[in-house]
Ligand binder design. Structure first.
Ligand code: 5GP
Ligand code: ZN
Length: 114
């Protein structure tokens, strides 16, 4: 059994509010939402951080970004605006070491971020 939280959510061992799943990606609601829409877009394959990506993953990461845009559109935020974020390692606040793209929408988002 894996100790990775997101691998366990993807495997259905831990409940999550699923928004989408396909052969390569799973999207679910963040348990501690920071905006009215706060989704996490996660590859099924375990990749710990952005530093572990290779050229073989370019299409996978592209599909994550495109799916975030699609999800934002499905929720009516494509014109209003939304933010996508990958946190990488400690100073960026990464707490789950299985890459995930945050999608935040539904309120004004400040810049620069904290
Ligand atoms: P990070 O800080 O690594 O970029 O983001 C991890 C995210 O995972 C956080 O926003 C946190 O709220 C979310 N999270 C942590 N544990 C769980 C969980 O058990 N279920 C879900 N759905 N989200 C979680
Ligand atoms: Zn994992």
């Amino acid at each position: 059994m894996t100790s990775c939280l997101f691998c366990r959510i993807i495997a259905g061992e831990i409940p999550g509010t699923l928004l989408h799943q396909d052969a390569d990606l799973v999207a679910f609601s963040d348990i501690n939402p920071q905006a009215p829409l706060h989704a996490l877009i996660v590859p099924r394959r375990h990749i710990a951080t952005l530093n572990d990506l290779t050229g073989m993953d370019d299409a996978l990461v592209g599909s994550m970004v495109r799916f975030a845009a699609e999800l934002a559109k499905q929720h009516g935020y494509d014109e209003r605006g939304y933010r996508t974020v990958f946190n990488c390692n400690r100073e960026a606040g990464q707490t789950v070491f299985h890459i995930h793209l945050h999608l935040l929408a539904g309120r004004g988002l400040h810049w620069p971020p904290g």
